[in-house]
Design a protein around this ligand. Sequence first.
Ligand code: 13P
Ligand code: ZN
Length: 267
Amino acid sequence: MTKYTELTAVKELADLTYTMWQMGWDEKNGGNISYLLSEKEVKEFYRDQVPRFIELKNIPSNLIGRYLIITASGSNFRLVKDSIETTVGVIKIKQEGYTIIAGFENNNQPTSEIYMHLLSHSARLEVDPTHRVVVHNHATEISEMTFVHELDDKALTRSLWGMVTECIIVFPDGVGVLPWMVCGNEEIGKATAKKLTNCRIVIWSHHGILATGSSLNDAFGLIETVNKAAKIYMNTFDKRITKGITDKQLLDVCDFFGVTPKKGILN
Ligand code: 13P
Ligand code: ZN
């Protein structure tokens, strides 16, 4: 048995927070991450602190009894790796809320986006039993794109697929996009989870992006790929002299790699 800070998942999470800060995607307190622990991982660490119960309504039933590593509200991703005890914690999800069982020292609490995390995990588990993580950050170019592009799932997906040949292989399920919304409440959590029933990436207009996956690396890779495409879009949309990648070319890529693209986007 070890302290929770020694879990591989916690170390990977702390490493990722620093990487995302270096990319300029997590200014000040921007961004939050959560990771569903497996039963094996739950047994790997000891609990040496007094549990702290926090009430929360409308907890999804498929999460009750599960354990989640989650970042603290207000945590600065530049500093997480050197202050894990205060900026990262473990919660046990209960019917009427959750109990903090490790971390969140100095009376800290999980991210203000906890509803989004819980509802997103719940939605993804319904469609993907390998699902484990939710990563949210303020990736720059995809946020920029929401100022110059139609805010429609299909149109945005088509534009992103058209920027880099491999986008359609990395996210054949496309992206969902939400209009501007207040962040941190149950409403944005529900709207996000609804999008996640048929894709793994949701873009929050004029705010940022979140991705889900079976590992931190998996979810981060989705964000990197989407943001790379958005960067190319932003750098070229007003000065293009070629047609870009055609529907036929995208279908050829899918054919070669055995990928099924989301329906209704390519002709
Ligand atoms: P927290 O500091 O509460 O995690 O909020 C950051 C954020 O990005 C909100 O969307
Ligand atoms: Zn945010």
